[in-house]
Write a protein that binds this ligand. Structure first.
Ligand SMILES: Cc1ncc(C[n+]2csc(CCOP(=O)(O)OP(=O)(O)O)c2C)c(N)n1
Length: 367
């Protein structure tokens, strides 16, 4: 329920399930009383569009990968409410986003142009560079290594007295890495403006979360580092948005970090080189599909007049043409030349790396 003076959802009063999971919008698309004002009809429309765009990107890039025109791709399917709901609580002109590897619609909402996103999967490393005015770090494939970076970024904002927060995404698998615990500790000690969004999609490739952690509630780990942690229904756009908004306001007010565990399910494969049928039960997947975050929001939004079949048809047409033209622009970009990779790794290169660059480019090596 919004607190009277701030318009902000009061965390203690957010409805929770018996297992202490914050939940506002249920599977049938009905919203808990008192939360209808949390998102405007415009924001709901924007969320629907981003979630549908996300699924269209999953489909398109997966096909490109199968055709040999794109590299490895990790789909968002099933996790859309988590990434879109959290991204919508940020101000792209003020806040920073640090992604893991499957938060495509969040990156777009934060300002990454679609053609650059697609170009990244096509190996066009020059063009896929994040524009200077976008407060976004690149996708991260080395599990959990983005977490210490995010702490450093948030600490820098604090030391420089720059208003803003950092939001970092990572998975349940990443929460078993040393980097996660070191980042949580330093974030707590320095009380940095950082929101840890732990996307618990139940799997680290083929390893189920029960084999990652002896606790069933990953959010409790925050207590060991001296800051709040709580769990939200990650398929519930309203719950994710309310929780993230609360954490953002807390961080902006100097309250320090928050850990949000968003409980969801990875419906698709881990990435295009994985076959999940080898390690998980189809019954479980069917149950997850029935909890689809887009369908849930669609039901609610249709019921309150913020969405309709006509709007969806128009939106899907717009998405199809936006994707096609972004793809054509990405295709038209020349492939990077040998040695270009060295231009995107460090501000200045060490002597050894400069020598490697000369070797790769076939230039004469004078030591
Ligand atoms: C440091 C490191 N170790 C191992 C891997 C191989 N690997 C790639 S994805 C992945 C699982 C990640 O699981 P999780 O953090 O839950 O995120 P998800 O992929 O489910 O979104 C692993 C182990 C890696 N990329 N980096």
């Amino acid at each position: 329920m919004p607190a009277a003076d701030t318009g902000l959802a009061d965390l203690d009063r957010l409805p929770k399930t018996e297992t202490n999971v914050i939940s506002l919008l249920d599977d049938r698309g009905s919203l808990a009383d008192g939360f209808a004002e949390l998102l405007t009809p415009d924001q709901i429309g924007q969320a629907m569009r981003l979630m549908l765009l996300s699924r269209a990107i999953d489909d398109r890039v997966t096909k490109l990968q199968r055709l040999g025109r794109a590299g490895t791709y990790s789909p968002v399917h099933g996790q859309e409410a988590t990434v879109v709901g959290s991204a919508l609580a940020l101000d792209p002109a003020r806040d920073w986003m640090v992604p893991a590897s499957r938060e495509q619609p969040a990156m777009i909402r934060h300002g990454l142009p679609l053609d650059r996103l697609l170009a990244g999967y096509m190996g066009k490393i020059n063009f896929s560079r994040i524009p200077d005015n976008v407060r976004l770090l690149p996708r991260n494939q080395s599990i959990a290594s983005q977490l210490p970076h995010a702490v450093g970024l948030a600490w820098a904002l604090k030391l420089r007295h720059v208003a803003g927060v950092v939001l970092v995404y990572f998975g349940d698998g990443a929460s078993s890495e040393g980097d996660f615990h070191e980042a949580m500790n330093l974030a707590g000690v320095q009380s940095v403006p950082l929101i840890f969004v732990l996307i618990n999609n139940q799997f680290a490739i083929s390893t189920p979360v029960a084999k990652q952690a002896a606790v069933t509630n990953l959010a409790v780990r925050a207590a060991g580092y001296g800051f709040p942690g709580f769990t939200v229904d990650g398929n519930d756009l309203f719950a994710v948005y309310a929780a993230t908004q609360w954490a953002v306001m807390r961080a902006l007010a100097g309250g320090g970090p928050t850990l949000i565990e968003a409980r969801t399910y990875r419906v698709g494969f881990h990435n295009t080189s994985d076959n999940p049928k080898d390690y998980r039960d189809e019954v479980e997947v069917t149950a997850a599909v029935a909890r689809d975050p887009i369908e849930r929001l669609r039901k609610y939004a249709t019921g309150v007049g913020a969405w309709s079949t006509d709007i969806e048809i128009r939106t899907m047409k717009g998405i199809a043409s936006e994707l096609e033209s972004a793809y054509l622009r990405a295709v038209a970009v020349p492939r990077p030349g040998p040695g270009d990779i060295f231009e995107h790794t460090a501000a200045s290169l060490s002597t050894r790396v400069r020598r490697q660059r000369r070797q790769v480019k076939g230039e004469e090596d004078n030591g």
